[in-house]
Design a protein around this ligand. Structure first.
Ligand code: GDP
Ligand code: MG
Ligand code: ZN
Length: 292
């Protein structure tokens, strides 16, 4: 048996990368019985049937460190959360949903704001840069049209599996196309809605920098905070962490309680208002969805 990484699945075949070679594999029936669907990103063991033709049988899926559902990808280390400044317009509430979800899966987060070439308003760039730097995130301003910031992204892709997530039309596939030299579906942005029309259909792990992997994902225009509990939500706002341990109540939700150090930090300008407001919105949403 050989160990490798599942990088693509199409029409019942699974493609497994082992030391620079790709084996086309069928899965054993046992997976269906156990209700496990192999997903890209899985570390797997295969039985090689034909070394010359590179054919094999998928025998075993190793334990997953984490998994994402849409599209299914497992064992992810890092999320690049990509938004564009305009066309489509940046939506910081949706951006913060992405950061919360990525935090909840234990991923390193890098925020990428694309289409700087379209921005006339330098203040907008500066403001967003400050908000997210202050939140503890790496933030990279990019343009695929002016080749801005792409090297910086590339330097962060070593020896990690990184997903590129964000709404459609923001330029995820365009960025990855330049970084990987691979044909990826680039969608036109609809003039009417400002959103991308095409989606990236087959998720696939693509090798980059000789030891990294990247995954393009289709865009999402909404995100459900589904599995996150109201008590743990504040853990997923990294800039709250140093203050929330000092709140008077251990169970402080940082909304109405007295002696809340998160609110104090907010008033002192140490926490960005937009981030705090989004926190409150998500908290309300989670509480309402659990009330039945
Ligand atoms: N002006 C500008 N347009 C871009 C940039 N990056 C991508 N686009 C365009 O935005 C549209 C959507 O790009 P695409 O990569 O398909 O976005 P995705 O849906 O996030 O994968 C395409 O028309 C791209 O040519 C950029 O940096 N500047
Ligand atoms: Mg795309
Ligand atoms: Zn508090």
């Amino acid at each position: 048996m050989k160990e490798g990484r599942l990088i693509k699945g199409i029409g019942g075949f699974y493609y497994v990368y082992i030391d620079g070679l790709i084996y086309e594999c069928k899965a054993r029936g046992i997976f269906r019985k156990k209700k496990i669907t192999p997903s890209i990103g899985d570390f797997v063991r295969i039985d090689v049937i034909d070394e010359e033709k590179k054919l094999g049988v998928l025998e075993e899926i190793l334990d997953r460190k984490n998994e994402m559902i849409r599209p299914p990808v497992s064992n992810i280390d890092q999320a690049f959360i990509v938004f564009s400044f305009i066309n489509p317009d940046i939506n910081t509430m949706l951006l913060d949903r992405f950061t919360v979800l990525a935090e909840s899966k234990g991923l390193d987060v890098v925020i990428c704001l694309n289409k700087t070439d379209l921005v006339k308003d330098e203040i907008l760039i500066k403001e967003l840069n400050e908000i997210y730097k202050n939140s503890g995130y790496k933030i990279i301003m990019t343009s695929t049209k002016e080749n801005n910031g792409l090297e910086e992204i590339k330097n962060l892709l070593h020896s990690k599996t990184s997903v590129f997530a964000g709404p459609s039309g923001v330029g995820k596939s365009s960025i990855l196309k330049i970084l990987t030299n691979r044909e990826l579906e680039i969608g036109d942005v609809s003039q009417k809605t400002g959103r991308g029309k095409h989606t990236t259909r087959h998720a696939e792990l693509i090798r980059i920098n000789s030891d990294g992997w990247v995954v393009d994902t289709p865009g999402f225009s909404s995100l459900d905070l589904g599995e996150i509990d109201s008590e743990e939500l504040s853990d997923f706002f990294p800039e709250f962490r140093e203050y929330m341990t000092e709140c008077r109540f251990v169970s402080c939700s940082h909304v109405n309680e007295p002696d809340c150090m998160v609110k104090e930090a907010l008033e002192e300008g140490k926490i960005a208002l937009s981030r705090y407001e989004n926190y409150k919105t998500f908290l309300k949403e989670i509480k309402e969805s659990r009330r039945y």
